[in-house]
Design a protein around this ligand. Structure first.
Ligand code: A3P
Length: 303
């Protein structure tokens, strides 16, 4: 009787130790490959996964064009709508399962990509994103911050007109007694160095790929080649996936016989701004731009 009890006790201890090792292995693998954990499985091969790569901004930088162009790659699946998980408390508090449910179905080995330009400028986003997946690959598409500001204003203007809301001319918002108004929100969103500093406090520089938005407009293919490399994807996007549409005045996409241009809210005429005010804006942005170039180790041909 004594020997039977002793044997049973030893067996129990061995089983417990094995269970502990298994649990530890499971935990370490879930933290390192969090982006590929299947949750909602529809069949044996597809599931929704949290993104392996995120386009974090900049607003009006060409984020939609970049997302659609990356989607040409057979190993990429994208969330069609902006998710706003990390920047809106009401979404963040819905939890990771809600976030995952917004993602497209993917096969193992495919990369899930989402874009929410509001992420770049929202201070709470980098720590939240880091805590969910510190290995996530970040894509930041930038554009001349002065042009970006005018585009930003133009978008807000169109929205306000559509909603029958009153609006002010750009110059009235941008200038106060003839000087640049540093409190204008669209100007603050153009101070890239301030926002990037928060990301670099957590994510290594090599984890952030910076796409030149103007270069993407001029000739998308080379920018897509660089993005493929950054995402460690085999080269599958080809020059003949793009053609210049003279009516649109921009490149459009071609894939499997389908032709796709971005909608009319992308690439529309900008609201007017006097040359004098634009030059003031350029002068104001000169130093912030230099700091951004130094931070990134990249330079851009901005005003
Ligand atoms: P404008 O409307 O100011 O020209 P986002 O998608 O981040 O809102 O960016 C919109 C910008 O994408 C547009 O700004 C446009 O210049 C740019 N863009 C880049 N490639 C484009 C393309 N192939 N078609 C349309 N717009 C494109």
């Amino acid at each position: 009787m004594f020997w039977t009890l002793l044997l049973a006790l030893i067996l129990l201890l061995v089983l417990q130790a094995q269970l502990y090792v298994c649990l530890r292995e499971l935990r370490s693998s879930t933290t390192s490959v969090i982006s590929v954990i299947p949750n909602e499985t529809t069949n044996s091969s597809t599931s929704r996964r949290i993104p392996g790569a995120i386009i974090i901004g900049v607003r009006k930088g060409g984020t939609r064009a970049l997302l659609e162009m990356l989607n040409l790659h057979p190993d990429v699946e994208v969330a069609k709508a902006e998710v706003h998980y990390f920047n809106l408390d009401e979404n963040f508090h819905k939890g990771l399962d809600w976030y995952r449910a917004q993602m497209p179905l993917t096969l193992a080995g495919q990369v899930t990509v989402e874009k929410t330009p509001g992420y770049f400028t929202a201070p709470m986003v980098p720590p939240r994103m880091w805590s969910v997946n510190p290995a996530v690959k970040l894509l930041l598409i930038v554009r001349d911050p002065a042009e970006r500001l005018v585009s930003d204003y133009t978008q807000v203007l169109h929205n306000r007109i559509q909603q029958n809301k009153p609006y002010k001319p750009l110059e009235e918002l941008l200038l106060r007694r003839g000087h640049i108004n540093p409190n204008y929100k669209a100007l603050q969103r153009s101070l890239y160095h301030q926002h990037l500093a928060r990301w670099l406090a957590l994510f290594p520089r090599k984890q952030i790929h910076i796409v030149d938005g103007e270069a993407l407009i001029r000739d998308p293919f080379p920018e897509l080649q660089k993005a493929e490399k950054f995402l460690e994807l085999p080269p599958r996007i080809m020059p003949d996936n793009f053609y210049f549409n003279t009516t649109k005045g921009f490149y459009c996409l071609l894939s499997a016989g389908h032709d796709k241009c971005l909608d009319e809210s992308k690439g529309r005429p900008h609201a007017p701004l006097s040359n004098e005010a634009f030059q003031k804006l350029c002068r104001f942005l000169r130093l912030p731009n230099q700091i951004f170039f130094r931070m990134t180790g990249q330079t851009f041909d901005w005003c």
